[in-house]
Design a protein around this ligand. Structure first.
Ligand SMILES: [Zn+2]
Length: 426
């Protein structure tokens, strides 16, 4: 029997790491030493000689071009990263603007702690997975760049972006620089998964809050679950071509050009379509897929063309065909008393709900497969049609595939239309 495995595939979590720069005893000692040196230099009368190199001159700060400084600093950092075989950091305007705002809105930039800054960054920027902040001081921009290059925190292979803001240090320490390096993640999309990216940020379709996500590259069928509200809200599966698609996108609006027998009632028509799928498609366990991959999904066109498929392939073909003929049909994924992973088609017609098997059944109109009759053997976890995915509200037996009491309806790219859900949101 075919196997639709959507269980245990939730690799979604919120993770955030940071490595704030901490002033060490050594740096404190060196700063004291520097101050002492300057003091001694003044006393010894070599002020003129040292002034050009060491002493801070008021007004000099305004002459520094920060864009040039950031470019030079980045060059130095990337030289180190190249030696360590790490990908280059990029300057980031969004981070730059955010950092500028944070530094410029406080009267005393020195009072900003790296830890507090990182926490704020995480709070306000959902795309940031990790960050490192370094607050450093020097008498000259060149020395700042030198100090930044020596920052071992830059050698983290997950860091992607860089930004820096200079400020006037009111104390003896000259120019201050807040350097920020971050791991910036892309926004989730099925196309992104197809491009083999496994970390990203996303907005939960139910509570609407952003969160970070990481998905195992080995996952073929993916359930996205929000770590904040603990609700499942998205369902994706890999196609025969190897790209990820949202499950709705397998229902293409396909109706095979097949001559169906003349029918009198809608129920007869339902049976005619169902019989046609059963007769046309040979059941084939999905063991290889197109590129030797396990469990890839076929579109209805592919299933009809190849005249075979496993349970989800034929259920998708049947549901798509029925929907094309105006039936209210959905694909159900879950398990049955006999099989751990299974897919079937459900249809609501004249107030009755039918469970349509597409693998090992001989339809007999005298014993219609109504949910009321055989539903107790089926345990659906997810449903989908062309527009929405339906997630279970609670555990337990589902006697109704259409009630809002049992299902949370989620549409992507549109509004969530789950009546019971709206009130409890946030
Ligand atoms: Zn949520």
């Amino acid at each position: 029997m075919s196997f639709v495995d959507f269980r245990g595939q939730i690799y979604y979590n919120n993770y955030f790491k940071y490595c704030p720069y901490k002033e060490t005893n050594l740096t404190r000692f060196l700063l004291k030493f520097l101050r002492l040196t300057v003091l001694l230099s003044c006393l010894s009368g070599s002020l003129a000689l040292l002034g050009a190199n060491w002493l801070w001159r008021p007004g000099a700060f305004d002459k520094i071009d920060e864009t040039v400084f950031v470019g030079d600093a980045l060059y130095g950092l990337n030289e180190n990263r190249e030696l360590a075989c790490l990908p280059f950091l990029q300057a980031d305007n969004e981070l730059r603007d955010w950092l500028r705002f944070q530094i410029d809105q406080v009267p005393d930039a020195e009072s900003i702690g790296s830890q507090a800054l990182i926490e704020k960054l995480q709070e306000q920027n959902p795309s940031i997975a990790g960050a490192s902040v370094y607050i450093v001081y020097a008498r000259k921009p060149e020395d700042l760049i030198k100090k930044l290059s020596d920052w071992s925190g830059t050698l983290d292979d997950e860091l992607t972006h860089f930004a820096a803001r200079l400020f006037k240090s009111p104390g003896y320490r000259g120019i201050g620089c807040v350097a920020l390096m971050a791991e910036k993640l892309p926004l989730f999309s099925p196309a992104l998964l197809s491009s083999k990216a496994d970390t990203f940020y996303n907005y939960c379709a139910i509570c609407k809050r952003p969160h970070l996500g990481k998905i195992s590259a080995a996952s073929r069928s993916i359930v996205l679950e929000c770590p904040l509200c603990s609700k499942k809200y998205d369902l994706l599966a890999v196609s025969m071509k190897g790209d990820y698609r949202r499950v709705n996108d397998y229902l293409l609006g396909f109706e095979p050009q097949v001559l169906l027998p003349e029918t009198k009632t809608r129920r007869d028509e339902l049976y005619a379509v169902w019989n046609s799928v059963l007769e046309h498609c040979r059941y084939q366990k999905d063991f290889a897929g197109a590129f030797g991959q396990r469990d890839s999904w076929q579109t209805p066109v592919e299933t009809h063309r190849y005249a075979n498929g496993d349970c989800e392939d034929t259920s998708i073909l049947l549901a798509d065909w029925l929907i094309s003929r105006g039936f209210d049909a959905r694909v159900a994924l879950g398990r049955t008393d006999r099989y751990d992973g299974h897919a079937w088609c459900v249809v609501e017609l004249d107030g009755e709900q039918y469970i349509l098997e597409t693998t090992d059944t001989t339809p007999d109109p005298r014993t219609p497969p109504l949910v009321g009759n055989i539903g107790r053997h089926y345990h659906p976890e997810f449903l989908f049609d062309r527009e929405a995915i339906y997630f279970r509200r609670n555990k337990g037996w589902v006697s109704d595939y259409w009630t809002d009491n049992a299902w949370i309806e989620v549409t992507h790219g549109g509004e969530v239309i789950a009546p019971g859900e709206v009130a409890s949101r946030r």
